[in-house]
Design a binder for this molecule. Structure first.
Ligand code: DAH
Length: 352
């Protein structure tokens, strides 16, 4: 094997490539010459038989042969269309069908809304209607007509977000500032003021409090309020509804207990607990080892509230209740940080 042999072989092989007229022929060439057991590899194998003095020059010529053949081959592959396949892989093929968009991403229910809807539907099945009210409220509905005294701490700047009623409004003006409602109870007032009796409604919605944000408390969260006003409504009705709700939402084997409490707009006021559905009342981390979970505040609508809303407390009576949704959802889904609900992280949301 000499340098001139190799040069001749180079033109021979490139000539064969040049003349190839189909990808089939090219493929055959590749199998004969370019693969590991092909003719070019055999020439490299032969190199060891070349005399030492000519070996460097022959080795160089052999490398040149391989390079020339490979280049020619690649060039021909392109021109015969084999290369077209490669080119299309790296560019956009407009004939391909589009990638499917996962159905779960756009249209699925937020865990807070799932819990809220489930609660609402339990009450609807018990004959309640659903009512809504504004999130920006006036002082009268959020506090005054709910029998909050003028100096009640809930009215304080620390608890309430205030909203300027007009652009030129100033602190100290006669006009009271608006508020972001601190609870859904002002919608009770709106329902009673409307004058349509009897009332049997639940009110789902967002509420706002100027609280330090932490894993357990958010500045915006959901509540579900309930109001029943009719002739002859008593605490026994409230207890019955509370029990039925708890069995439907927390399980047939759950029990409730009522504790005395205080709210300005109810008298008497109670707190309703349900037996912990995780440990069945034995005591666990979720119920802080008490066996009970706090479910809602409630009570008989205060006669002052009825009067302020134009209802005669001598004829009508009512009960009301209000529960938080976020903590219930946290317990139900084992979510340890309330902020996850509103951070819009799809990795979190897609789990529900
Ligand atoms: N509004 C109360 C709160 O946000 C919850 C509440 C308690 C609502 C008792 C009621 C009620 O209707 O009767 O803490």
């Amino acid at each position: 094997m000499t340098v001139s042999d190799l040069q001749a072989r180079t033109s021979e092989l490139t000539g064969v490539i040049e003349r190839a007229s189909s990808t089939q022929e090219l493929e055959e060439f590749k199998l004969a010459h370019l693969v590991r057991k092909g003719s070019i590899a055999a020439l490299f194998e032969d190199l060891k038989n070349v005399p030492k003095d000519t070996k460097p020059a022959v080795g160089k010529a052999l490398n040149e042969l391989r390079k020339a053949v490979e280049e020619k081959f690649a060039e021909k592959e392109q021109s015969l269309g084999g290369g077209v396949k490669k080119a299309s892989q790296s560019s956009i093929d407009l004939t391909l069908p589009s990638r499917p968009i996962p159905v779960s991403a756009p249209g699925h229910e937020h865990p807070l809304i799932s819990v809220l809807n489930e609660m609402v539907s339990i009450f609807v099945d018990m004959g309640f209607s659903v009512a809504y009210g504004p999130e920006v409220e006036d002082d009268e509905h959020n506090f005054t007509k709910l029998n909050f005294p003028a100096d009640h701490p809930a009215r304080d700047m620390q608890d309430t977000f205030f909203v300027k009623p007009s652009a030129d409004w100033k602190v100290g003006s006669d006009v009271k500032p608006l508020v972001l409602r601190t609870h859904t109870s002002p919608v009770q007032v709106r329902l009673m003021e409307s004058g349509k009796l009897p009332i049997r409604a639940v009110i789902p919605g967002r509420v706002y409090r100027n609280e330090a944000i932490s894993a357990r408390s958010a500045a915006c969260f959901f509540q579900l309020e309930g109001l029943v006003v009719d002739k002859g409504v008593s605490m026994a009705d409230l207890k019955g509804v509370a029990e039925s709700f708890s069995k439907q939402f927390y399980g047939e084997d759950s029990t409730i207990r009522l504790r005395p409490s205080f709210f300005p707009f109810t008298e008497p006021s109670i707190e309703c607990d349900v037996s912990c559905y995780i440990c069945k009342g034995k005591g666990c981390r979720i119920c802080k080892h008490s066996g009970w979970l706090e479910v809602f505040g409630a009570g008989m609508v205060h006669p002052n509230v009825l009067k302020m809303c134009g209802i005669d407390p001598e004829i009508y009576s009512g009960y009301a209740f209000g529960m938080g949704i976020d903590r219930t959802a946290m317990m139900r889904y084992g979510v340890s940080d309330i902020r996850l609900f509103t951070e819009n992280d799809l990795r979190f949301l897609e789990q529900f």
